[in-house]
Design a protein around this ligand. Structure first.
Ligand code: ADP
Ligand code: FBP
Length: 453
């Protein structure tokens, strides 16, 4: 096994090219930690299920599509309860924090961490950190019990509040130490998980017996390795309402255009899935697929063609699409350092109106809908509620088992522990497969990615 200092990756190599990118464990840097039987062993609900506990050697393969000569490739540690745990439940003092933008399902994750710790492991001390990372050192905490969180999954937002910026690693870890917290659950996107990674490293540098677990939040699916995270399903479902409204507006007038902007700074998943689900969309523009406005193969030509053919059209655009075209791009960042994007939907609606007014070929009526903040603030749908619950449970099992510096994610449909370093780089992931193209092109109204190639 390769050594695993704070900045090194913990790798285990096996025959035939098998590589396990393992997650750190508290026992990697604190020797002679005591272990205890997992309380689930004596829980009537679990003890009957003989295979409930995860075999220590179980791993999950990163790439599921292989060829006959492929090496066995990268694996991650399978998530789930272990036979023994590294914390005595009565000694656990856990905290939960939510950071970054809102996303349906945040409250479900909070609820399940509290209930999972309580009902599966008998942990009673869980506190919530108010308003994101800065809350560790500038705000009060709130006690969380199964009773106080019982209904929160039915509400949107996060009962803990959230923020951008304000990550001060040293002050945060001082506070963790002062409050004698020994399990830290951090819910947020790629920025948050970078912050979580810094916290883990500092905790490890100080040699503290504190497990750090991340639960990735990515409404727009821009986190690599994991299949998706909670909030995405709800976002795609809710986007249908905006697309339907755009379609009704467009079909109610002559040469009507409905333009809908959906979330996706770097990944067009919400736009693309919402398009595929709806079938009312004629053109879907995503950051991964460049397009242009003027001339042959450009958006204006496509719009004119669709209006002549069909009398109306619906365009869906992801917020990060076409940013290179937006004239005065703004060189500003939010408190977390994310580049502020210009409202490409608003910009595009003005450009389209301007173009057709100038051309005087046809009069158009364009309605622009941006449902972003409505979507972010709704409660998770049933499927995301299930998903958030399971991700939270896995995180609890992992922390109780002494793993640290990991996120709880789904890889190829399996609950998995992934080291922070693998998921903190943002990724464009929409790969437009042949099958997707076929589905797009076979639809009656031929939605297109407007890819000039
Ligand atoms: N590289 C980083 N190192 C430490 N903390 C970070 C880093 N990037 C972002 N953060 C912190 O993570 C939190 C959320 O980040 P943000 O980018 O706003 O949202 P998200 O987690 O949804 O991507 C903020 O408090 C921010 O300060
Ligand atoms: O919360 P704010 O500052 O209004 O940010 C809006 C941005 O948040 C997002 O919803 C993404 O949030 P995250 O980066 O926290 O995942 C974007 O789609 C949008 O551009």
């Amino acid at each position: 096994m390769a050594s695993n200092g704070v900045d090194e990756i913990k790798l285990v190599e096996g025959p035939a090219g098998y590589v396990l990118e393992d997650v750190p464990h508290l026992s990697d840097y604190i020797l002679d930690l005591p272990t205890y039987p997992n309380p689930l062993q004596s829980n009537a609900a679990y003890s009957v299920v003989r295979q409930y506990f995860v075999d220590e050697d179980d791993t999950v393969q990163e790439k599921i599509v292989v060829h006959k000569d492929s090496p066995r490739g990268t694996h991650f540690r399978r998530a789930g309860p272990r036979q023994k745990v590294y914390f005595k439940p009565s000694d656990v003092r856990a905290c939960i924090v939510t950071c970054g933008g809102l996303c349906p399902g945040l409250n479900t994750v909070i609820r399940e961490i509290v209930c999972g710790l309580h009902f599966m492991y008998g942990v009673t001390e869980v506190i919530g950190v108010d308003c994101g990372f800065r809350g560790f050192y500038s705000k009060n905490t709130v006690a969380l019990t199964p009773k106080t969180v019982s209904d929160i999954h039915k509400r949107g937002g996060t009962i803990l509040g959230t923020s951008r910026g304000g990550h001060d690693t040293s002050k945060i870890v001082d506070n963790i130490q002062d409050r004698e917290i020994n399990q830290v659950y951090i819910i947020g996107g790629d920025g948050t998980q970078k912050g979580a990674s810094a916290i883990y490293k500092e905790i490890r540098r100080r040699g503290l017996n504190v497990a750090v677990a991340g639960i990735p939040k990515t409404i727009d699916n821009d986190i690599p390795v994991i299949d998706k995270s909670f909030g995405f399903d709800t976002a795609v479902e809710e986007a249908q309402r905006a697309i339907n409204a755009a379609h009704v507006e467009a079909t109610s007038v002559e040469n009507g255009i409905g333009l809908v902007k959906l979330m996706g700074r770097y990944s067009g998943f919400i736009a693309m899935y919402a398009t595929l689900a709806s079938r009312d969309v004629d053109c879907c523009l995503i950051p991964e697929s460049p397009f242009y406005l003027e001339g042959k193969g450009g958006l204006y030509e496509f719009i004119a063609k669709r209006l002549r053919e069909n009398g109306h059209m619906v365009i869906v655009i992801a917020e990060g699409a076409g940013q290179d075209l937006v004239a005065e791009s703004i060189d500003q960042q939010d408190a977390s350092g994310n580049k502020l994007l210009k409202d490409v939907g608003l910009w595009m609606s003005l450009k389209i109106k301007e173009h057709f007014a100038k051309q005087s070929v046809m009069d158009i009526t364009l309605k622009y809908i941006d449902p972003t903040y409505m979507i972010r603030a709704i409660p998770a749908n049933a499927s995301d509620n299930v998903y958030s619950t399971l991700l939270a449970q896995s995180a609890v099992h992992g922390a109780m088992a002494g793993y640290t510096g990991f996120v709880s994610g789904l890889v190829n449909g399996r609950h998995t522990y992934i080291p922070f370093n693998r998921i903190t780089e943002r990724q464009n992931k929409v790969v437009i497969t042949d099958r997707m193209w076929a589905r797009m092109l076979s639809s009656t109204n031929q939605p297109s990615f407007m890819n000039p190639s």
